[in-house]
Design a protein around this ligand. Structure first.
Ligand SMILES: *Cc1c(COP(=O)(O)O)cnc(C)c1O
Length: 515
């Protein structure tokens, strides 16, 4: 942390913290400070985030040891809003600046393109809707995302928003997420379409997204220090993890000097990261106990052909984590590098490339013991099954929660009015791991990241709480979700058999071209 922050930063609000953190990585010549401050204020204003603290910290236990960091107060009720609201404003800022003084026909126009299995697509659409000089086109597998997610995306009628759904070749069946991903990749690699449309990505390896996510680690810590008189020094963050973007931001916060004792990775049955931290091997398929393709029959979860398992926390259903290679780079740099800065960078780059090549050609790789040990200094991990997820939603609900005395109105927290906390399945994976971690580190304050509002993943929540007499799902539903599924929608259905040419044709006939 820069010396100039001293202890003052503990009193900064979310927007000020975000601004100061972004300023460390975005030079004033790239974005003048005053403009950056405006971008941040616009992204985290009360018009966008329903909580005045943006990402409020609430206490879950009576011992002041377990807190939840609620990241779901943005427009789509999941944590990806925190990054994508800022990213949307950033795209618009650069384009409008470049196009200053140009006539309509001469304006550069960006088409942000992405495939989604649910959460990223909706957060990207809400981040970019209505922005100048930029369109957003999101492709999802037809009828294979949750009804709420589909309604959330397709009911956005702004002119610059394009929802495409990919249908499989036969009948009304939807194609798979991978089919969508393949088509989007093909478009990025296609010379013709890049000639008429300037394409840009919003995937989880986008650096601006990671940067934006660093803010809430700082704001959570500051908020804890303000409310806590015992002088808490170090904390643990527990992070429900899929593509490793969220927890990577925590790692950067730690490297910047935030007193994080450990980052705890919580995975569902798609547990490649947990297996890595246990063994030092990063393998698409577990080599031990492997039975049918997909492994782990004891979970009772469905495995797709490529090995990805369908769980109750679908936003974490991944085979390999796309941001993990960034951590590998730092580990290789710290542990295996030697000599000059340049040599260390070179070594790190070569090592990571070798590992990723093995991942591609052999399905996995192992790191030296020293690298694994370094990884364990900053991180721990645990894997959580669907049954444990449901049990955690139920047991947290049946406890009186001090969090209930905080800002408990509908839609602004995940609470019911009866003083009981309702976790969404992703957050429950994290809380399960946090409660276990508290057993062996009882003196350390734990902050578990709550990544989605429970109403967004209603099936799992209802399943977990079906035995509770006083649970009424409708009490949980934020106003924004009431009647959502009946709203007017706009959607283009695409046949998989038409391939990339069909996709290009639809893009050309609908989305404005770039100069
Ligand atoms: C995306 C997402 C995650 C996983 O975050 P990563 O950055 O991919 O690790 C967890 N929970 C929810 C609700 C999400 O949308």
């Amino acid at each position: 942390m820069p010396e100039s922050w001293s202890d003052n930063w503990l009193s900064w609000d979310f927007a000020k913290l975000a601004f100061e953190i972004f300023s460390l990585y975005i030079s004033a010549s790239e974005i003048p400070p005053q403009d950056l401050r405006e971008l941040v204020d616009k992204s985290y204003s009360p018009a966008v985030f329903r909580s005045p603290q943006v990402t409020p910290l609430v206490r879950l236990d009576s011992k002041e040891q377990l807190y939840l960091l609620e990241l779901f107060h943005g427009p789509t009720f999941a944590f990806k809003d925190v990054a994508l609201q800022f990213l949307g404003n950033l795209f618009e800022y650069f384009l409008v600046r470049r196009n200053k003084g140009r006539e309509t026909e001469d304006r550069e126009h960006l088409t942000v393109l992405g495939a989604t299995s649910g959460d990223t697509g909706s957060a990207a659409i809400y981040g970019l809707k209505g922005k100048s000089d930029v369109s957003i086109l999101i492709l999802h597998p037809h009828k294979r995302i949750s009804p709420i997610q589909e309604a959330q995306m397709t009911s956005v009628l702004d002119e610059n928003v394009y929802n495409f759904a990919l249908k499989a070749d036969q009948g009304e069946q939807g194609a798979s997420f991978d089919d969508c991903q393949d088509l989007v990749k093909a478009a990025f690699g296609d010379v013709d379409i890049n000639h008429t449309h300037k394409l840009a990505a919003v995937n989880s390896i986008n650096w601006a997204r990671i940067l934006a996510q660093i803010s809430y680690y700082f704001s959570a810590y500051a908020s804890l220090r303000r409310s806590d008189t015992s002088g808490t020094s170090k904390v643990r963050f527990v992070v429900p993890t899929g593509n490793f973007g969220d927890v990577l931001a925590g790692y950067f916060a730690k490297r910047m000097g935030l007193p994080i004792e450990k980052l705890v990775i919580a995975t569902n049955s798609n547990d490649i990261l947990n297996r890595f931290w246990k063994s030092g091997s990063y393998e698409k398929q577990p080599t031990h106990g492997k039975q049918a393709k997909g492994g782990f029959p004891e979970d009772g979860v469905k495995a797709h052909e490529d090995g990805v398992k369908e769980t109750l926390s679908p936003a974490m259903d991944i085979l390999v984590s796309s941001n993990f290679e960034r951590l590998l780079w730092f580990l290789a740099y710290d542990v295996l590098g030697s000599g000059s800065e340049e040599q260390r960078r070179k070594t790190a780059g070569e090592k990571v490339k070798g590992w990723l090549d093995d991942l591609k050609s052999q399905g996995g790789f192992s790191v030296p013991q020293s690298v694994l040990e370094a990884a364990k200094e900053d991180f721990e991990s645990e894997r959580v099954s669907d049954d444990q997820t449901l049990a955690m939603i139920a047991s947290t609900y049946s406890e009186e929660s001090p969090a209930a005395t905080s800002d408990a109105s509908k839609g602004t927290t995940g609470l019911t009015h009866k003083g009981k906390y309702i976790l969404d399945p992703h957050s429950a994976v994290g809380v399960h791991v946090a409660r276990n971690s508290l057993h062996h580190a009882p003196d350390i304050v734990h902050i578990a990241l709550a990544t989605a509002h429970p109403a967004k993943f209603s099936a799992a929540v209802q399943e977990a709480l079906k035995g509770e007499d006083d649970f009424e799902f409708d009490n949980l539903l934020p106003d924004q979700f009431v009647g959502l599924e009946a709203l007017e929608r706009r959607l283009t259905i695409l046949d998989k058999s038409k391939g990339i040419e069909g996709f290009k044709k639809e893009i050309r006939s609908r989305v404005p071209r770039s100069k």
